[in-house]
Design a protein around this ligand. Structure first.
Ligand code: GCB
Length: 593
């Protein structure tokens, strides 16, 4: 083949060469605690603002044109800038800070078959937003969604030396999830782990284990899905600390089992985890799982049958050095700061955070709200946008389905109450419930401003109503907050999923002056009072633990930063409001909540 110059400069439909959006939750394999070969490290990186790579096939690496000239003409996969993966390109150089568009990542790796018949999967933890994967020149598929993992099978395509390329595009478009307008930074790149997994010809593709829903806390249910030629057989299941060794029958690729057991139940106070081992056809997985029951009765949220008050705070993935990438130290600091605040609950806003967050929450004893970026004015009438949103939701659910810490799946945030939005988001709620009947479904809703009332038609589809309200900030008049309380009579539990105010750390003046720490602290005092007076409010997660970078906040106090953090952008300096919330959470804790 030779590069057709005419075609590459005149054809604007280059995207149609690719069979797009074929890497979805169905491609995910169960990776927890499987040995993996890391493909993190140094990759080459080439920004491609005009999408020349897709037009003129930068994946065709080893050809010559008719005149014997090597193609591609305008790219060397091994000649790009050396960058670390995972990382956000925005943080690598000042010139890349605001870059939005395509960039090509490439690296070589060697492969040697270890076991006859093994299958090999590439897993990318997250790449924002559209990632096209090429191995040894072949296009293997693409993935939409900037915060969930995806897998692509490489079996049969590997050589001893391989060239892997990923073209990542983070352009904000009206049909994506999120769309063009958000209040956080649009980081780009491969910013979570890249790994190779080797599994036997038949392997455990999906596995979940949980306390069986129902009246007693004495039944554990395991469900498995296998992939490969041996679709009928027996899976061996072991929970040594509970003395369980059982066989789970698999037929036509699927199986389930319920068994009597009396695990100590997981809770934030006692985050007890049990070792679980499963083996099928020589494929073995090992994980650590907590067992707990989460349910709603009237306006109560019950954890293991006990009424719960969620002492929470929202967090973003954002860091002045790492961007949206996180490391262990950043994550552990987040949980330590939340613990100091007195939290038992974190809202991981507004998109799936790293899977390590939920693993740590399991160990450290935090309850989690996890969310997909169905944020503000998504293209609710577009079926492709729905497919994308649902896929991100199911990828998140499948990824974190064994985490006791995760109690709520949120299908979105602050979406105007229109008919297309109701149909879109109620479908999402149903999809989440079908995939996972063991957790609660929610969304962060707006208040009905005309009626000054907690009222949203989506609430019919939710177990818990999330409410974002900014009385004292976007609405300066606090009397409306009291009205809101009087006018509302929700029949389901409510969590104040957001409230807060900007406060510039170190800026002090009278509490009437906006952007001061004093004003922010006063808003918190009044919000706390409101929560105490409203018996249907079963939790609160103010906005937000840390200040964060966002290009839509540009006034003299903000300068590119949302200043609603209880802790400043340095992740150290506590603002006055931190201590107001801490005092409230201490009271709640003293009441045993
Ligand atoms: C909201 C959004 C959140 C914003 C916040 C704010 O309601 O859900 O993403 O950052 O308000 O600061 O305005």
């Amino acid at each position: 083949p030779s590069e057709n110059h005419q075609e590459t400069i005149h054809n604007e439909n280059y995207d149609q060469k690719y069979n797009l959006q074929n890497l979805n939750h169905q491609n995910l394999i169960f990776t927890e605690n499987r040995p993996a070969q890391s493909l993190n490290g140094t990759w080459t990186f080439t920004i491609d603002p005009y999408d020349t790579g897709l037009r003129s096939d930068w994946n065709r690496l080893s050809h010559c044109d008719a005149a014997g000239r090597p193609v591609p003409w305008d790219y060397d996969y091994d000649g790009g800038e050396a960058v670390p993966v995972p990382s956000c390109w925005n943080m690598l150089r000042p010139e890349y800070y605001y870059y939005e568009g395509s960039a090509w990542y490439a690296r070589e790796f060697t492969y040697r078959e270890q076991a006859a018949g093994e299958r090999v999967f590439l897993r990318i933890g997250a790449a924002s937003y559209d990632a096209k994967v090429f191995l040894n020149e072949a296009f293997l598929g693409n993935h939409y969604g900037g915060s969930t993992p995806f897998c692509v099978e490489l079996t049969g395509r590997l050589q001893e030396r391989n060239v892997l390329q990923v073209c990542v595009n983070n352009t904000r478009t009206a049909d994506r999830v999120p769309m063009r307008n958000t209040d956080w930074f649009n980081y780009g790149g491969i910013y979570r782990d890249v790994e190779l997994y080797r599994v036997p010809a038949t392997f455990i593709k999906n596995f979940k284990i949980f306390l069986a829903p129902g009246a007693s806390d004495r039944r554990i249910r395991a469900e498995v899905e296998v992939d490969g030629p041996v679709r009928d057989g027996a899976l061996r299941l072991e929970l040594p600390e509970l003395g369980i060794e059982q066989t789970l029958p698999v037929s036509a690729g699927k199986g389930s089992l319920e068994l009597e057991a009396a695990p100590e139940l997981w809770s934030p106070e006692q985050p007890r985890l049990y070792a679980v081992r499963a083996e099928y056809q020589g494929d073995a997985i090992a994980l650590r799982v907590g067992f707990r029951r989460i349910e709603v009765r009237g306006t109560e949220i019950l954890l293991n049958g006990k009424a719960l008050f969620l002492r929470g705070v929202c967090v973003h993935e954002d860091d002045t050095v790492l961007g949206k990438a996180t490391d262990e130290a950043d994550l552990r600091r987040r949980f330590a700061d939340a613990k100091e605040l007195g939290c038992n609950f974190l809202r991981l806003a507004h998109y799936p955070h790293t899977e390590r967050a939920a693993q740590l929450a399991d160990e450290l004893g935090f309850l989690l709200w996890e969310e997909i970026p169905v944020y503000w004015a998504i293209d609710f009438e577009n079926p492709a946008t729905y497919r994308d949103a649902e896929n991100q939701l199911l990828e998140l659910v499948r990824r974190d389905q064994n985490r006791a810490s995760v109690i709520i799946w949120s299908v979105g945030n602050e979406n105007a109450a229109t008919a297309p939005r109701l149909s879109f988001m109620s479908r999402l709620a149903e999809a989440a419930r079908k995939e996972d009947p063991t957790r609660l479904i929610s969304a962060a809703c707006l208040v009905n401003e005309k009626k000054i009332r907690i009222e949203d038609p989506l609430a019919d589809y939710l177990d818990v109503i999330g409410v974002n309200e900014y009385y004292g900030w976007y609405k300066l008049d606090f009397t409306e907050l009291a009205q809101l309380g009087r006018n509302s009579a929700p029949v389901k539990p409510v969590i104040i999923t957001e409230t807060g105010a900007d406060g510039l750390a170190g800026y002090h003046d009278d509490a009437a002056v906006l952007f001061t720490e004093e004003h922010m602290a006063e808003v918190y005092r009044k919000q706390v009072k409101f929560v105490k007076e409203s018996d249907y409010i079963k939790g609160i997660s103010p906005w937000i633990l840390y200040d964060f970078q966002t290009p839509r906040r540009m006034n003299r106090y903000q300068q590119g930063v949302n200043r609603k953090g209880l802790i400043a952008l340095d992740k150290k300096t506590r603002k006055a409001a931190f201590y107001v919330l801490q005092a409230f959470y201490r009271e709640k804790q003293a009441e045993g909540k």
